[in-house]
Design a protein around this ligand. Structure first.
Ligand code: NAG
Ligand code: NAG
Ligand code: NAG
Ligand code: NAG
Ligand code: NAG
Ligand code: NAG
Length: 799
C-alpha cells in the first residue's frame, strides 16, 4: 500500500469512515453512499459521495487535500442536477459493463451507458483526476474527462461533444446559466442561457469572429490546458497563466459568475489563486443581474446588482430573475409618461433600431410612440457632433461605469418621475465594505460537516491508529498534512500586538522603511517567516475603517501581488503581516547587480501583470500610487510581487479628484506629472511610475539620483530626467543599435535580447509620457510584452 497516499487521505477518513477507500472498483462491485471512496494512486484525487445538502449527495471527484478553509474543490460531478439520498444509495458496476448510480428508491439517477463483451471491467481514478472504466485488456469504455461539468483539469480536452456549465450558485451545484462550448463555426464561445433569454457574450458580439483573433477554419474543435499552464484552442484562442512554466495543481473553471478562470493551488497557503481570468470587468458578463437591473463594480464582492429606479427585485433571493416595474404603463395616454435619466449607464442589446441625428425630444417621442419601448440610450456620436438614439425593448446587461459619459432614459409614469429626479449610478462603495472576519468565511459547506460530527469522534480513534502507524515511516508527508491544518486556523488572522512583538523579537530586525511604515522581519508561532509592517500615524483611523481597507487588500489574490496574512489593530497600533520575500526588493537586487537580462524581463512582465490585476485590468479600482523598485519584492525564484498596494485610498473611479488625496503620494523621481500639476489622479499615475521603473531596470540608473541636481526646484520635482537623458541619447545617435548599447546598464555586459530590449524600451517610454492619455493601460503593457508580434514597433517614432 502506498504510504504517502494514506497520509494524504487522513483528513478525509476523519469525516467518512475508515478503510472504505479503495483504488479501483471491479465488476459487480459497488460503492455505498456516503462513505465509500475511490482514490487515485498518487492520492491527489478522490471520487465518492459529496454532500450538497441535507441528506443529499452527488457522486463527484474532488481534490483530496482540503483547502485552507476546510472545503474540498470538486472537479467533476455525475448527478449535479439530481442529488441522491445519503442512505442506501450506491454506485454499481454491473457485469454488463454499465456503471450506474442508483438512488435509495432504486431509481437510476445516472449511468455511463457502457457495455463490455468481456466480463471484467474496472473503475479506476487516474493520477490526473480522470475516472476511467477500463476492460481487462486496457480498453477505455468510459472516462469522466469526456463529460466535464464546470472544470477542466490539465490535459483534459474540451471537445466538440463536451461543454462546461457553471454552477447555479456558490451553494447550489446544479447546472447554472453559463456555458462554454464550440459553436457550429468551430469557435469557442460563452453563452448566457438564462431564465428569460439567451445571449452570446464572448467573443464580443459586436466583433466579427476574425477580428476577435479567432479562426473558424479548424474544425477539430479542441481546447486544452497543458501541465505548464498553456491553454490552446483550435480556434486560435489561447493564453498562458501568470505562473506559466512550472507544474502546479491547476484547474480551469467556468465560475458561477460566468467568468472563466484559471487557478493554481498555492501550496503554502493552501488556497486557489487566480492565475488568469477572461473578464477583468465582471459587469461585462451578460445576465449577471437579470432584467431591468444594473451591475456595478464592488471592490469587495466583485460586483453588485441593483434595480433601475421604479423597479423591484422579482425574487428577493436570486438576482437571476432580475427586477420588475412597480408601476404599470398605459400606452394610450402618453401624456402621463415621463423619463428618468440614468447617468453613467449602458444596456447592451435589444435596440428597436438606431436613429441618427436626433434631438433628445425627438428621441423621447420615438420611445413614447412605441409601446414596447422601455427606455432609450442617447449617445453622442463622435466626429459627427450629433446624437444617436437607441430605443430599447428590454433593459438587459445593464452596467454602471463612471467613465461612460452617456445617459439612458427610462420610461416611467409621471408620478414616478416626480419621486426621482435623476439616478447617478451607484458608485459609492464605502458604505458596504465587509468586515474582515467575514471576508474569508465560506458558508456553503458548513452543512457538510454537521451530520458527521459524531463520526469524527469515532474516526478520530482510527486516525490516531493511522498516525501512529505511519508517522514513524513518513515524517515528511505527515508534516505536509499538519501544515494544511495549521493554515486552516491561521489564514488571514487577527494578530495581537503581543504576538507580533514576540514574532519580531520586540521589533528588532528592520528590513525596510517607507510607504507609510517600517517593515520588520518576524517569525510567526507556526514558523512562517513574515514581513510585519507597522504603519505610521494610522491610529487616527478607526479600527472599522482600517479593517474595511485591509479586507479589500486581503481579497486581492494574484501571483504577482504580495500576500497578506493578517493584521493587528490594537490601541494606537496598526500592523499588517505579509509573506516574507527571500530575495528582497528589486531595488536591492539592482544595486547589488544580481539580475541578468532574463530575470529583468521576467520581473518587468510579472510586475506589469500584478499592476494590471490591481487596476482590475482597466477598471482602475485600486491604485498603487507608489510604484518603485523598493516596492517590488522578489521571491526565492526572483519572481516579482508588488508590495504596499491598497494603502492609498481605495476609491471608485468616478469619485476621485485630486482633493481626495490629502497629501501627494509617491516617491520623487517615480511620480507622475499629474501630482505636480494637480490634475485628476487615475491609474495612469501607476503606469508612469512603472515606466520609470522599466527605465531603471534597463539603464541601471536611478531616477532619484537624476533628480538630485535640482532638488530646490519644487515645480519640476525631477520629473522625467531619466526620460530626457534617454531621448537625448536617441537623438544623438542615428543608429538604433548604437544608442541602445549606450543606455543599457553596463552591468549586463551587453548580454541581452535586442528585440525584447526594444519592446521594453518602447513600453518604458510610452509609459513615462508626460501626457497621461498617451500612456498605455497596464493590461495593454502586459499584452504587448506577451504578444509583441501583434504590435508594430515604433521606437523611431518616439524620438
Ligand atoms: C438548485 O437550483 C436548482 C435550479 O434552480 C433548484 O431546482 C434546486 O432546488 C436548487 N437546490 C438547492 C439545494 O437549493
Ligand atoms: C502553447 O501551446 C501552443 C500549442 O501547442 C504553442 O504553439 C505555443 O508556443 C505554446 N506557448 C508557450 C508559451 O509555450
Ligand atoms: C487544428 O487544431 C488542432 C488542435 O489545436 C491541431 O492539432 C491541428 O493541427 C489543427 N489543424 C489545422 C489544419 O490547423
Ligand atoms: C387603450 O385604448 C384601447 C382602444 O383605444 C382600449 O381598448 C384599451 O382598453 C385602452 N387601454 C387602456 C389601458 O386604457
Ligand atoms: C442633423 O439634423 C439637423 C436638423 O435636422 C440638420 O440641420 C443637420 O445638418 C444634421 N446633421 C448631420 C450631421 O446630419
Ligand atoms: C455621420 O453621419 C452620417 C449621416 O448622418 C453618417 O453617414 C456617418 O457615418 C456619420 N459619421 C460618424 C463618424 O458616425
Amino acid at each position: 500500500m502506498n504510504i504517502k497516499f494514506s497520509i494524504l487521505v487522513l483528513p478525509l477518513l476523519v469525516v467518512s469512515s475508515y478503510c472504505s477507500t479503495i483504488f479501483s472498483l471491479s465488476s459487480e462491485g459497488s460503492l455505498s453512499a456516503p462513505q465509500d471512496l475511490i482514490s487515485s494512486r498518487n492520492g491527489k484525487f478522490t471520487a465518492g459521495f459529496y454532500s450538497v445538502g441535507d441528506n443529499a449527495y452527488i457522486f463527484a471527484i474532488w481534490f483530496t487535500k482540503s483547502l485552507a478553509d476546510g472545503t474540498n474543490t470538486i472537479v467533476w460531478m455525475a448527478n449535479r442536477n439530481q442529488p441522491i439520498n445519503g442512505q442506501k444509495s450506491h454506485l454499481s458496476l454491473f457485469k454488463s459493463g454499465n456503471l450506474v448510480l442508483i438512488d435509495a428508491n432504486q431509481i437510476n439517477v445516472w449511468e455511463s451507458g457502457t457495455q463490455s463483451s468481456t466480463s471484467s471491467v474496472e473503475l479506476r481514478l487516474l493520477d490526473n483526476g480522470n475516472l476511467v472504466l477500463v476492460t481487462y485488456e486496457g480498453q477505455r469504455l468510459w472516462q469522466s474527462f469526456d463529460s466535464p461539468t464546470d472544470t477542466l483539469l490539465p490535459e483534459q480536452p474540451l471537445t466538440k461533444t463536451s461543454k462546461l456549465v457553471s454552477r447555479r450558485s456558490l451553494t447550489n451545484f446544479s447546472s447554472g446559466f453559463y456555458q462554454l462550448h464550440f459553436n457550429e463555426d468551430n469557435v469557442l464561445h460563452l453563452v448566457f442561457d438564462g431564465i428569460e433569454m439567451t445571449s452570446v457574450f464572448w467573443p464580443s458580439p459586436w466583433l466579427i469572429v476574425w477580428d476577435a483573433g479567432r479562426s473558424t477554419y479548424n474544425d477539430s474543435k479542441t481546447a486544452v490546458l497543458d501541465r505548464f499552464g498553456n491553454f490552446t484552442s483550435s480556434d486560435r484562442f489561447g493564453f498562458q497563466s501568470a505562473d506559466y512554466g512550472v507544474e502546479l495543481q491547476r484547474r480551469f473553471s467556468l465560475d458561477v459568475d460566468g467568468n472563466l478562470r484559471l487557478y493554481s493551488l498555492d501550496k503554502l497557503s493552501n488556497i486557489w489563486k487566480v492565475s488568469w481570468q477572461l473578464f477583468p470587468a465582471a459587469c461585462r458578463i451578460h445576465g449577471v443581474c437579470g432584467l431591468n437591473s444594473l451591475c456595478s463594480y464592488d471592490p469587495v464582492s466583485g460586483r453588485k446588482c441593483s434595480c433601475v429606479p421604479g423597479y423591484r427585485m422579482k425574487n428577493p433571493k436570486d438576482w437571476s430573475y432580475g427586477c420588475e416595474p412597480e408601476f404599470s404603463i398605459s400606452c394610450n395616454d402618453t401624456s402621463s409618461l415621463d423619463f428618468i435619466p440614468l447617468r453613467h449607464v449602458e444596456f447592451y442589446g435589444y435596440d428597436i433600431a438606431y436613429f441618427r441625428n436626433k434631438t433628445l425630444q425627438e428621441c423621447k417621442d420615438l420611445c413614447l410612440k412605441h409601446c414596447d419601448c422601455k427606455g432609450f440610450e442617447y449617445k453622442y456620436v463622435e466626429g459627427n457632433g450629433t446624437y444617436g438614439c437607441y430605443p430599447k425593448t428590454l433593459l438587459f446587461n445593464g452596467y454602471v461605469q463612471a467613465s461612460w459619459p452617456d445617459f439612458v432614459y427610462l420610461k416611467v409614469p409621471k408620478a414616478q418621475r416626480a419621486r426621482q429626479e435623476q439616478y447617478e449610478g451607484n458608485l459609492q462603495c464605502d458604505d458596504k465594505k465587509v468586515m474582515l472576519d467575514r471576508a474569508y468565511r465560506r458558508k456553503e459547506h458548513g452543512g457538510w460537516m454537521k451530520p458527521f460530527i459524531w463520526l469524527v469522534v469515532v474516526a478520530g480513534v482510527f486516525e490516531i491508529l493511522c498516525v501512529l502507524t505511519y508517522f514513524i515511516k513518513t515524517r515528511k508527508s505527515s508534516n505536509e498534512t499538519t501544515q494544511g491544518y495549521l493554515h486552516l486556523s491561521t489564514r488571514f488572522k487577527k494578530f495581537t500586538y503581543a504576538e507580533l512583538k514576540k514574532a519580531t523579537s520586540n521589533f528588532s530586525e528592520e528590513i525596510g522603511r517607507g510607504g507609510g511604515g517600517i517593515v520588520y522581519k518576524g517569525k510567526l508561532s507556526d514558523d512562517r517567516v513574515a514581513a510585519i509592517k507597522s504603519l505610521y500615524g494610522a491610529s487616527y483611523q478607526g479600527e472599522a475603517e482600517f479593517l474595511a481597507e485591509v479586507s479589500t487588500i486581503g481579497n486581492v489574490n494574484h501571483m504577482n501581488l504580495i500576500e497578506i496574512w493578517g493584521y493587528c489593530a490594537e490601541g494606537k497600533h496598526r500592523l499588517l503581516v505579509y509573506e516574507y520575500m527571500e530575495c528582497g526588493s528589486l531595488s536591492d537586487n539592482l544595486n547589488a547587480n544580481n539580475l541578468d537580462w532574463e530575470k529583468r524581463f521576467e520581473i518587468a512582465l510579472g510586475t506589469a501583470k500584478g499592476l494590471a490585476y490591481l487596476h482590475e485590468e482597466c477598471l482602475e479600482w485600486v491604485l498603487h500610487c507608489d510604484v518603485k523598485p523598493q516596492n517590488i519584492l522578489l521571491d526565492s525564484n526572483y519572481k516579482p510581487k508588488v508590495a504596499d498596494f491598497g494603502l492609498s485610498k481605495i476609491f471608485n473611479r468616478g469619485g476621485l479628484d485630486h482633493s481626495n488625496f490629502s497629501t501627494i503620494r509617491g516617491t520623487r523621481g517615480y511620480m507622475a506629472p499629474e501630482w505636480v500639476f494637480k490634475m485628476p489622479i487615475t491609474s495612469k499615475v501607476d503606469v508612469y511610475s512603472y515606466g520609470i521603473v522599466l527605465l531603471e531596470m534597463i539603464t541601471g540608473k536611478s531616477p532619484e539620483v537624476c533628480a538630485d541636481g535640482d532638488s530646490g526646484d519644487d515645480d519640476s520635482m525631477g520629473l522625467g530626467l531619466l526620460v530626457t537623458w534617454i531621448r537625448e541619447k536617441m537623438r544623438e545617435n542615428s543608429e538604433r543599435k548604437s544608442w541602445i548599447q549606450q543606455i543599457v546598464d553596463p552591468a549586463l555586459n551587453g548580454k541581452f535580447d535586442l528585440e525584447k530590449m526594444e519592446i521594453l524600451l518602447e513600453l518604458a517610454l510610452q509609459c513615462s509620457e508626460e501626457d497621461r492619455d498617451a500612456r498605455p493601460t497596464m493590461c495593454e503593457v502586459v499584452d504587448k510584452m506577451l504578444h509583441p508580434e501583434n504590435f508594430e514597433l515604433k521606437l523611431d517614432m518616439l524620438m
